[in-house]
Design a protein around this ligand. Structure first.
Ligand code: NAD
Length: 480
């Protein structure tokens, strides 16, 4: 399969003619090639987006934009199975997880289609002879630099919001997983999205990604990925005084108190680290357990981990492969020399006997006796590795939970209502979930962190505020 960029309503090969290989993480085999975009291709895409913005998109009536985005949502929903299969092969995630992602992208378009005509400014009373009001205006062209872990979902949350806000978009998917987004671009065009409103340029991050982040025709950048690349993108944005939303991952804790409904907590704690093989920015990668129930709950987790099966994406097991050999080696590097640090592997999942030889597999691992300052408890591993840590008091739990450079999500399991509210306020996280984790996807819920987790919020109405420019108008008139 040879794929081209999607620019100005058509597929176009990279100007250089160069291609880069796409590997199936389940087998390690190359099964497609992508256009290796350079600054020239990115420039074509940005210019197409600028033309579309000026020609019609930014001035299109809110109701018309809403209708069009709703048509996009329906088209994506109809193509859900095709998109899920593409995503599953490309990213290595089990098919049912990819099906959930395909449903989510349609839902993002549906949500933002419904939000377009509810995005209002305000009036500000200034006295009898002055009336002030605010206008929310499109920013222009927005850049979306997308990682490989959830291409469909992350495209949905940032691009649907940006189109709804009246912007046109240039997307740079990850070199490891671009296929579903090229198909999405084509489907959205079929649904009626005019040429140039959405453009997708594939290629290497340091080449195509950097060219996009540095382009002077861009008016906003949404980036999801690593803190190291996020810093480069923020520096590029600073050069051009462009606002930026950075979503950089986490080391998110789930706090399990002794009064919790442990039967309800157990499968959610396991799923929060096993989903997408732990390659999730909001993965629950630390479980903090109150001492009174520590050994019992760790034992129950261990039993669950031992039953987890890892294998090819198409086999739809608990866990698929990691995205690449490099990512697998990175995760394994965290698991070397554990005994020297006194860290205990409590339990591991199993590799399916049918898993192809060349795939990038890492079974889920449950670790105990990890010192709070150890890198396993501090750094984002981005693999199926869960660190269990005991705490005594609520204060200790809060100190442990807040004791990393990240602050994206936290989960709390307790039946004590007052404690639920106290912890919701005390935990340093962009989202706190009480007796659940993720609220079923949360298209409507503002999402994002601070510190090494990033800057700004996506999802819900907050995304629309970030993707519009607020203009204040004050009119002097005769007194009323
Ligand atoms: P990355 O941050 O380098 O890549 C993310 C996106 O940025 C990709 O589209 C990539 O092409 C692009 N990119 C890379 N260099 C760029 C540059 N100089 N300018 C502009 N864009 C650029 O992430 P990675 O190398 O794929 O993964 C490394 C680590 O990052 C992972 O192990 C994981 O810990 C973390 N990560 C986090 C998330 C998340 O959702 N928070 C997603 C992917 C990776």
């Amino acid at each position: 399969m040879e794929c081209r960029n999607w620019i100005d309503g058509q597929f176009l090969g990279a100007e250089s003619g160069e291609l880069l290989p796409v590997t199936d993480p389940s087998t390690g085999e190359v099964f497609a090639r992508l256009a290796e975009s350079s600054q020239i291709d990115v420039d074509w895409a940005v210019k197409a987006a600028q033309r579309a913005s000026q020609a019609h998109w930014r001035t299109l009536g809110a109701a018309q934009r809403s209708h069009l985005l709703l048509r996009c949502a329906r088209t994506l929903a109809d193509a859900g199975e095709e998109l899920a299969r593409l995503e599953s092969r490309d990213t290595g995630k089990p098919l049912r997880q990819a099906q959930a992602d395909a449903a989510a992208i349609a839902r993002y378009f549906e949500f933002y289609a419904g939000a377009v005509d509810k995005l209002h400014g305000q009036t500000i009373p200034l006295g009898p002879d002055l009336t002030a009001f605010t206008l929310r205006e499109p920013l222009g062209v927005t850049a979306h630099i997308i990682p490989w872990n959830y291409p469909l979902q992350i495209f949905g949350r940032s691009v649907a919001a940006s189109l709804a806000a009246g912007n046109t978009c240039v997307v740079k998917p990850a070199e490891e997983a671009s296929l579903s987004l090229l198909r999405v671009a084509e489907l959205l065009h079929e649904a009626g999205l005019p040429a140039g409103v959405l453009n997708v340029c594939t290629g290497w991050g340091r080449q195509a990604g950097q060219a996009l982040a540095c382009h002077t025709g861009i008016n906003h950048i949404s980036f999801t990925g690593s803190p190291a690349t996020g810093r480069l993108v923020a520096q590029a944005a600073a050069q051009n005084f462009v606002p930026v939303t950075l979503e950089l991952g986490g080391k998110s804790p789930q706090l399990v108190f002794s009064d919790a409904d442990l039967d309800a907590a157990l499968p959610v704690v396991v799923n929060a680290i096993v989903q997408n093989a732990g390659q999730t920015c909001s993965a629950g990668s630390r479980v903090l357990i109150q001492r009174a129930i520590y050994s019992d709950f760790v034992e129950r987790l261990a039993e669950a981990f031992k039953g987890l099966l890892t294998g090819a994406a198409a086999d739809n097991l608990d866990c698929g492969p990691l995205i690449s050999a490099a990512q697998r080696d990175r995760v394994r590097s965290y698991l070397n020399g554990l005994e020297d640090d006194g860290i205990v592997v409590v339990a591991q999942g199993k590799l399916d006997s049918q898993a192809p030889e060349g795939g990038f597999y890492q079974v889920p691992v449950l670790l105990d006796h990890v010192p709070p300052q150890h890198r396993l408890a501090q750094e984002e591993i981005f693999g199926p590795v869960l660190v269990a840590q005991p705490f005594g008091t609520e204060d200790e739990a809060v100190a442990l939970a807040n004791g990393t450079p990240y602050s994206l999500v936290a989960g709390v399991w307790t039946r004590d209502g007052a404690r639920q509210i106290r912890l919701a306020r005390r935990l340093r996280a962009g989202q706190v979930f009480i007796n659940n984790y993720g609220a079923g996807g949360g298209v409507e819920l503002p999402f994002g962190g601070s510190g090494q987790s990033g800057i700004g919020r996506e999802k819900g109405f907050e995304a629309l505020y970030a993707l519009t420019s607020l203009k204040t108008v004050a009119v002097r008139h005769d007194g009323a």
